[in-house]
Ligand binder design. Structure first.
Ligand code: FES
Ligand SMILES: [Fe+2]
Length: 334
């Protein structure tokens, strides 16, 4: 199942691979991996963003490692040189090779795009554009200062469950009363609902107004903080607040192992008081994460049970899970 999911789901959807700030200047590049493909993303001399398979067209050497700023990309193996726009520029000791046009041996391109502070790559040349997949999300968050939110910290949680178990869990609030008693006190559970769209869903989780709220953070004008929660198929979660933003990227490590990459972005991230200011939020979010991990690992052990094959959906509370399963079926079929 996992190889099929890698090919048909992760190989065909927009994957968040980096931050726009890492690719701001001409010559900036980052390397990353999507499914099992090594990828390099570059900003060329005229400011155009590109992504390529990080695979030399000669003997499949690596043309870039890590990240940084360079004028050209050079293969580690026999030093072929490529432009940041992917064109093959130089092939040492190549005299006399016939029927060879450098123009035919540029790096193979991959779709790349950005939204807010993030860079996305899609291995499928036929995939719908990122803007189409994100739908109304950019417009709905246009008033949030996403561009000013800088990377603050990253925590990787390794979980002994299938990646879909973790996503299922994220997509419903049904488990909040029994599984997250602390969170339950913070939100207005009755109003909690999930709205689904073509490739993403949106959770409405109104925060209870109370003086010691862990969510309702200082807003200069005293207005209640609005929070937006999105999930984009298949593996990206965005929790957006007026002064900070969290992303979760869910990646399968094996059939029953998953890593959740949890990143925090905060407004003016280089302020010295960020750690103190967000201390309570960090702790609270870590607690919720651990509660979810315990559930997901317990569920994973039981999914194997000979007694279990499938379960039904709550109409009121699990439309987001149903929507996810529909997309899975659609992508896996073809
Ligand atoms: S493999 Fe890249 S130059 Fe030979
Ligand atoms: Fe949860």
């Amino acid at each position: 199942m996992l190889p099929l999911e890698q090919e048909r789901i992760f190989g065909r959807t927009w994957q968040l691979v980096g931050r726009a700030e890492q690719l701001q200047l001409p010559g900036d590049f980052i390397t990353c991996q999507v499914v099992d493909e090594p990828i390099v993303v570059t900003r060329d001399g005229v400011g155009q963003l590109h992504a390529f398979y990080n695979v030399c067209r000669h003997r499949a050497g690596s043309v870039a490692e890590g990240c940084g700023n360079r004028k050209t990309l050079q293969c580690q193996y026999h030093a072929w040189t490529y432009g940041l726009d992917g064109r093959l520029l130089n092939t040492p000791e190549w005299e006399g090779v016939e029927n060879f046009e450098r123009a035919d041996y540029g790096l193979r391109p991959v779709q790349v795009d950005t939204w807010g502070p993030f860079v996305f790559v899609n291995l499928d040349p036929q995939a719908p554009p990122l803007g189409e997949v994100l739908g109304a999300i950019p417009a709905e968050t246009a008033h949030m200062p996403l561009g000013r939110m800088g990377f603050y910290k990253r925590i990787d949680y390794e979980i002994a469950c299938n990646w879909k178990v973790y996503v299922d869990n994220y997509l419903e609030g049904y488990h909040i009363p029994p599984a997250h008693p602390g969170l339950f006190k913070e939100i207005d559970y009755k109003q909690y609902r999930v709205e689904t769209f073509r490739h993403y869903s949106k959770q409405h989780a109104p925060i209870r107004e109370k003086p010691d709220s862990l969510y309702m953070r200082h807003l200069e004008d005293g207005a209640p903080a609005q929070a937006l929660y999105y999930w984009a198929f298949p593996n990206l979660m965005l929790n957006i607040y007026p002064d900070n933003l969290q992303i979760n990227i869910i990646l399968p490590l094996g059939p029953d192992r998953t890593v959740t990459i949890f990143e925090w972005y905060v407004l003016d991230a280089d302020r010295p008081d960020v750690a103190e200011e967000f201390h309570k939020s960090f702790k609270f979010s870590d607690l919720i994460q651990k509660e979810d991990i315990d559930i997901c690992e317990s569920v994973q052990r039981r999914l194997r049970s000979r007694s279990y094959s499938t379960g039904r959906y709550s109409l009121l509370r699990e439309n987001g899970v149903h929507h996810f399963h529909g997309l899975l079926a659609e992508y896996l079929q073809g």
